[in-house]
Design a protein around this ligand. Structure first.
Ligand SMILES: [Zn+2]
Length: 339
């Protein structure tokens, strides 16, 4: 049986999936292998190959059954898969600077390789889960993780842009001053902008801006006693889910920020769907529903024709990158007559 592979290279783990020509995913859930990105390209490429062999063996196949590999990684990288010459958090080893990771995986495995950044791959999966592989619908996905990634799918393809920075949704400015309850807050993003989506709606934003803003208003809060804002930030989602008032307030602000952003997307694209995913939404359904309601509450009134544009939670969020990468690979396999 011929299949395509999705390979999602993260900071510490590589996640794999396999997809056949009938659009069936052969791996349910996470199939992980250690990434060792910090040790540079040679070690990491070996890891990618070893993990891929393990993944195909787990479903009774061999590498020869894989006709195209879809790779996705955190950016910044070009749309062709050349990592930024300036390096990045996830690829700190000096040998990664300007490294053509797509080409390197292709050379090593002898197979065609497609490339997407991880946000765009997640967006492609979110779109596919709603509309299938061959649909002309437009969707906008926001993936809330350490940062804010995502992507725009138009005409059955990812908007990559001129140099691969299309769909960098986290750095789009929003009119955050209109969000109630954060008067006087100046949310700064690591990119330098003040008040872009990531500066309010990401794990980084919780540690950097929202906890420092809200903790003085809740002087007895347990998170104020941790003494480590990054650690405390990781606890906010769980506490919000349990109904903790301050943590709910932090998530309400994030939802309203997303509402303002989605409003911009509604007026730019008039899309069929708005999708939200990422670690922030790996919660019980009750919390997800509350969060979606708050996104809606944060949007300015919509014109009648657009008030019913649905907002969805991305399914299988932790496998979104690998699944999106596999869908991109399937597209190439079909275009090339390989599957
Ligand atoms: Zn930014």
């Amino acid at each position: 049986m011929d299949v395509v592979a999705g390979v999602d290279l993260g900071g510490t783990a590589i996640n794999y999936t396999l997809l056949n020509g009938q659009e069936k995913f052969l791996i349910e859930g996470l199939c992980e292998y250690p990434a060792l990105s910090k040790e540079g390209p040679q070690v990491c490429l070996q890891q990618i190959e070893d993990g891929l062999k393990m993944a195909v063996q787990s479903v009774g196949l061999t590498l020869s059954n894989v006709v195209v590999i879809g790779l996705d990684t955190p950016g910044p990288a070009s749309s062709a898969g050349v990592l930024s010459a300036r390096g990045s958090t996830n690829f700190a080893h000096p040998d990664w600077a300007g490294f053509d990771i797509r080409e390197a995986v292709a050379r090593r495995t002898g197979k065609p390789v497609t490339y997407l950044n991880d946000g765009n791959a997640g967006a492609l999966w979110g779109h596919y889960a709603l509309f299938g592989a061959a649909n002309q619908a437009t969707s906008i996905s926001a993936v809330i993780g350490t940062g804010l990634g995502g992507g725009v799918i138009v005409n059955n393809g990812v908007v990559k842009g001129r140099k691969g920075f299309g769909g960098e949704l986290g750095h789009v400015l929003i009119p955050y001053q209109s969000i109630r309850g954060i008067e006087g807050l100046t949310p700064q993003c690591n990119c330098g902008r003040i008040g872009d989506l990531e500066s309010l709606c990401s794990l980084t934003a919780i540690g950097k801006s929202l906890l420092p803003y809200f903790l003085p208003k809740y002087p007895d809060h347990e998170l104020g006693k941790t003494g480590d804002l990054d650690k405390a930030a990781k606890l906010v989602r769980g506490l919000a889910e349990q109904g903790d008032p301050m943590c709910r307030e932090i998530f309400r602000v994030q939802a309203h920020a997303l509402g303002l952003f989605f409003d911009e997307m509604v007026n730019t694209f008039d899309p069929e769907a708005l999708i939200v995913g990422g670690g922030a939404l790996e919660t019980k359904e009750e919390f997800q529903c509350w969060f979606l309601d708050e996104i809606r509450a944060g949007m300015p009134p919509q014109r009648e024709e657009q008030a019913d544009i649905p907002i969805y939670v991305m399914p299988n969020g932790d496998t979104a990158g690998a699944r999106g990468a596999a869908i991109e690979a399937l597209k190439l396999a079909r275009q090339s007559g390989l599957i």
